[in-house]
Design a protein. Structure first.
Length: 409
């Protein structure tokens, strides 16, 4: 949105009335107004939240440092309560004792959210910030291929590492968790750093993967605007022609993506038939009741193919640690892992055949009422899985393998 705003602002920032815009420019002007309103709303909300959080985080960091100096880095709430603090540290003791006795307090979550808000204001919604200079290309030229580098280890590698572990973390070694596929090689392409998704980068990553042996592409990212969508669709068609299965996360906005924009998607902008080797994945929970769909998950009777576990998923993080994460970003690699599992035993399967196996064997729950995801996270409307997805079900590795044995003995 911010890049669209920056591109259109020189033409429309000073326009006072829509009537004064030439007819040929009105679509661009409407888009400018739309993204401008959304950006301003995000900035105002983030400023307010950041201001409220900044003061607390500042004192919390000082308290954390003071306690660590006296009690050790791994201090507990019991140690804080028993701390015979000097007068100068008494405020810090009280702050820590108060928050640490709250069972809902999450230190890492607090600091991450503070950083997230800071980045939203400094980078994400700042039209003056342009990080493309580091890449050295002209991002308007989608035909460019040779830019970037082979360095995938950078700041904020948590998301990609968590996704990768779900697919292919070493099984049976007693460490952390087991990936789904026992015989898989991961090709790591860092195309969406910190959520900064350029159509050009997505298109080139898809092409690179397809050209260098990838048979399944996991895409745990997405957005609501795609100004260079044709470049992405040309890359998707390129991968489809090579038989590559592409698995995309549906998104985490609690929206019906049959009605709201969600990119990338398999419906080509230049032909009627959609991509035949594309699966869109929503997130399911492990409750087995009406809360079986993640409250954040996007859905769609036509555009979300299947659900997969995406709530409280335990997987790898940088630095040899493991953490829980929620998101359709976690659900997509579950399906990717099952696809890789099938492909390892049935290497002759094409992308289209893999898709058919995964969707035709999804475990359905025709009588189970489920809560429809709602952006407020407090929705009460009930529905069924077949009304919010193509298959009406959750991916099922066992049944997919059984069906593969029947069809491809």
């Amino acid at each position: 949105m911010t890049r669209i705003y920056r591109k259109l602002a020189p033409r429309f920032a000073d326009v006072k009335k829509a009537k004064s815009v030439a007819k040929a420019d009105r679509a661009d002007y409407a888009l400018f107004v739309e993204v401008s309103d959304k950006i301003n709303a995000e900035i105002e909300a983030s400023k307010e939240q950041f201001a409220q959080l900044e003061a607390f985080v500042t004192i919390f960091k000082k308290a954390d440092s003071a306690a660590a100096a006296v009690l050790g880095a791994n201090y507990t709430v019991e140690k804080v309560v028993a701390w015979q603090a000097e007068d100068s540290d008494m405020l810090y003791k009280n702050v820590l004792a108060g928050v640490m006795q709250d069972p809902s307090f999450d230190k890492d979550g607090l600091l991450k959210y503070h950083e997230y808000l800071e980045h939203k204001l400094k980078y994400h919604y700042n039209p003056q910030f342009d990080d493309r200079a580091q890449i050295g290309d002209d991002y308007e030229k989608t035909s460019e291929r040779l830019y970037g580098n082979s360095e995938v280890w950078a700041s904020q590698a948590d998301h990609g590492t968590h996704v990768s572990g779900i697919v292919g973390a070493v099984r049976g070694n007693g460490k952390g968790m087991d990936g789904i596929a026992p015989n898989v090689e991961l090709m790591v392409l860092r195309a969406v750093p910190n959520g900064d998704e350029f159509d050009k980068d997505i298109a080139n990553a898809i092409r690179y993967a397809a050209d260098n042996g990838a048979q399944i592409i996991n895409m745990s990212f997405g957005k609501g605007y795609s100004p260079q969508v044709e470049a992405v669709h040309e890359a998707i068609r390129y991968a489809e022609q090579k038989g590559v299965l592409m698995i995309h996360a549906a998104g985490n906005d609690s929206e019906n993506i049959d009605k709201s924009a969600n990119f990338p998607h398999p419906n080509y902008s230049f032909q009627k038939a959609p991509c035949s080797t594309w699966i869109t994945v929503g997130a399911s929970a492990h409750s087995g009741d009406e809360k079986v769909v993640g409250v954040f998950s996007n859905y769609g009777k036509k555009k979300v193919d299947v659900f997969a576990p995406g709530v409280r998923i335990w997987s790898t993080k940088p630095g040899s640690i493991y953490e829980f994460e929620d998101g359709t970003s976690m659900a997509a690699p579950v399906v990717t892992g099952v696809a890789a599992l099938l492909k390892s035993y049935f290497p002759q399967l094409t992308g289209a055949q893999l898709k058919d196996l995964l969707l035709s064997t999804a475990r359905t729950y025709p009588k189970q009422k489920v809560l429809l995801p709602d952006a407020s996270y407090s929705g009460t409307k009930l529905t069924t899985l077949d009304k919010i997805s193509v298959t009406g079900g959750v991916v099922n590795a066992l049944d997919a393998a059984k069906r593969a044995l029947e069809l491809y003995p």
